[in-house]
Design a protein around this ligand. Structure first.
Ligand code: PLP
Length: 215
């Protein structure tokens, strides 16, 4: 696999999370042997299987919707939950992280797409929570930034607008609510079809799956 086709287009300041969902073990090994160590899965069950199968020097990111009753399974090892989309979920991650004596890095997933079925906070609802200091008691999670998924479209103008919106959200959150911490730095946006636009619009993390394996 010519993974360098993708990596050479990315500045070293951008973190590539290789999305391994639906990939064969062989394909995941090929990433591992090529030096990749940050992998993303969107389902807890698949993530647990991968964690068992692959070496322990891999950082696993959860990038899909997480049910509160499954947090306990990943709390011992997860490197980052990119898909925090409710107060209830953040509270549960905090609770399970506490039991593990860990601080779990998280991203706030914010809804930016047209589609109704995409998960994520509505930005205004997030602001209401932050104004009520709803997250302030959570000592075992560290909110590192934001994550978003753009609309599934080839319309580059629209994709750029959505990424720009997410970056604007990030900047406002940082100046208003996270200005006293140095770790609120991440903007996770961009997938196989749109990561170059996302990077132009300020992505610090891209989540790329299928493009890595295109022939
Ligand atoms: C599947 C997935 C990706 C990667 O998608 P590709 O189009 O294969 O690059 C990125 N982020 C999330 C949340 C995903 O579910």
């Amino acid at each position: 696999m010519q993974f360098s086709r993708i990596t050479e287009k990315l500045s070293p300041n951008v973190t590539l999370v290789a999305v391994t969902k639906y990939r064969s073990e062989e394909e995941v090994w090929s990433l591992y042997h090529a030096g990749f160590r940050k992998f993303g899965e969107n389902r807890v069950q698949d993530l647990l299987k991968r964690y068992e199968t692959f070496p322990k020097d891999i950082d696993w990111h959860l990038i899909g919707h997480l049910q509160t009753n499954k947090v306990k399974y990943i709390a011992p090892f997860i490197s980052m939950v990119q898909s925090v989309d409710s107060l209830k979920l953040l509270s549960q991650i905090n609770k399970e992280a506490f039991k593990q004596n860990r601080i779990i890095p998280c991203l706030l997933q914010i809804h930016i797409a047209d589609e109704k079925d995409k998960f994520g906070f509505i930005y205004d609802d997030l602001i209401t929570l932050l104004n009520n200091n709803a997250f302030s008691e959570f000592k075992n999670v560290q909110i590192r930034g934001v994550m978003g998924m753009a609309t599934l479209t080839d319309d580059k103008t629209k994709l750029r607008e959505e990424f720009r919106t997410l970056y604007t959200y990030f900047t406002s959150l940082k100046t208003t609510y996270f200005n006293n911490v140095d770790y609120f730095t991440e903007v996770s946006m961009g997938m196989s079809n749109d990561y170059l636009i996302a990077v132009e619009e300020g992505a610090t993390i891209v989540r790329i799956g299928s493009a890595l394996f295109e022939k």
